[in-house]
Design a protein around this ligand. Structure first.
Ligand SMILES: Nc1ncnc2c1ncn2[C@@H]1O[C@H](COP(=O)(O)OP(=O)(O)OP(=O)(O)O)[C@@H](O)[C@H]1O
Ligand SMILES: [Mg+2]
Length: 341
């Protein structure tokens, strides 16, 4: 007992969900130790890091010209290698309480559509941050494990992970992905649509953070009850003066209809491509939604209506992937069965 406690003390192994919107770190034996936005603020000239994570996100859209705010991940993959490396380094250090550590084993959840070159980039970024052994796991597989689906059985499970950059749909049976499809449509696309709509309709410019807030506060995929409103602050493009505009739920739902239709059609394609025996399992057990986008109001109701299948949003959609990678960290046999690289 004392011995295992000691072992736990020296274990530095980490599981990471390197997401487009959020990065989460799970430490072996401890659980989630870090959950922050995937944002880095750097000085333009010296490339020195000013802030990472929540602190950096607060600076989004507010930095002077010589300081840049970077989102190192785009569409689910590394867009800025240097910034991604800095971010990983910071989070790994933070997960270890800023104490020095023996190079840890690290497992990282990556999108299933990731290319070999991108896989190498993720591995190199982790190695540059001090990781010793790096394993990559497909995010949908991790999400399925995280939400507790019986992935090892000869049984069809469908998981849909609606993230910031991508929506990943997968059908899993016997520890393997039978079918998977990713589209570069997720929460970020929704935020961009809201900015474009408000600009077009009201000649009014809002920032990324405001548009995300509008989506979270009054966004919906399906009409449920009376429309809520949101007072958005921004800049009037005609007078050039800051002001506030009231936006309602119905207009936002219409604005989000297009990206949401793409998500629904990706799910339908997956269903059409699922072998019949597995499809019949999905008819019985339904579709499980994970990722932050699963929190959009009414998205489950819409998918239920469009597919006529049972649809459930998992209890903690934002932590599903990291919890799954965390379970693999605790169960190396499971990890070896399903690691992609
Ligand atoms: N209540 C909510 N309603 C709608 N969207 C939400 C809500 N809460 C969070 N989101 C959105 O979920 C997205 C983040 O989800 P998540 O953390 O799963 O993405 P990610 O894992 O970082 O991205 P990816 O998997 O694409 O790399 C963001 O776009 C965020 O705005
Ligand atoms: Mg994700």
């Amino acid at each position: 007992m004392i011995f295992s406690r000691l072992l736990g003390l020296f274990s530095n192994d980490l599981a990471i969900d390197l997401g487009t919107a959020n990065t989460l770190v799970y430490a072996k034996g401890k659980g989630i130790v870090c959950n922050e936005p995937s944002v880095v603020v750097m000085r333009m000239d010296t490339k020195k890091v000013v802030a990472v994570g929540a602190e950096a996100k607060r600076m989004l859209g507010k930095t002077p010209a010589n300081i840049m705010t970077i989102r190192p991940m785009k569409d689910g993959v590394i867009a800025d290698f240097n910034a991604a490396g800095e971010m990983l380094k910071y989070f790994i250090k933070k997960a270890h309480n800023r104490k020095s550590f023996v190079s840890p084993r690290v497992i990282i959840g990556v999108p299933s559509a990731i290319t070999l070159v991108e896989q190498r980039a993720v591995k190199e970024a982790a190695e540059a941050s001090g990781a010793r052994e790096v394993y990559l796991i497909e995010e949908t597989m991790a999400a399925a494990v995280g939400v507790g689906l019986p992935i090892d059985e000869p049984y069809g499970n469908m998981i849909v992970d609606i993230g910031g950059g991508t929506t990943d749909v997968a059908v899993i049976s016997m520890d393997g992905i039978v079918y998977s499809k990713a589209v570069k449509v997720g929460g970020d696309t929704m935020d961009e649509k809201i900015i474009a709509y408000v600009k077009e309709k009201y000649s009014f410019l809002i920032g990324d953070r405001t548009s995300e807030q509008i989506k979270i506060e009054i966004g919906s995929a399906f009409k449920i009850d009376e429309a809520r409103t949101y007072d958005a602050n921004g800049r009037d493009l005609i007078s050039g003066i800051p002001k506030s505009v009231t936006i309602n739920e119905d207009e936002i739902r219409e604005t989000l209809a297009e990206p949401i239709a793409i998500i629904v059609s990706t799910i339908k394609t997956a269903l059409e491509n699922t072998p019949p025996e597995l499809a019949s399992d999905i008819v019985d057990n339904g579709i499980v939604l994970a990722g932050g986008g699963a929190l959009l109001r009414g998205i489950d109701a819409l998918i239920r209506q469009e597919t006529r299948l049972p649809v459930v949003v998992t209890d903690n959609p934002l932590t599903a992937v990291v919890m799954g990678v965390g379970k693999m960290l605790e169960d190396l046999a499971l990890l070896k069965r399903i690691a992609v690289g």
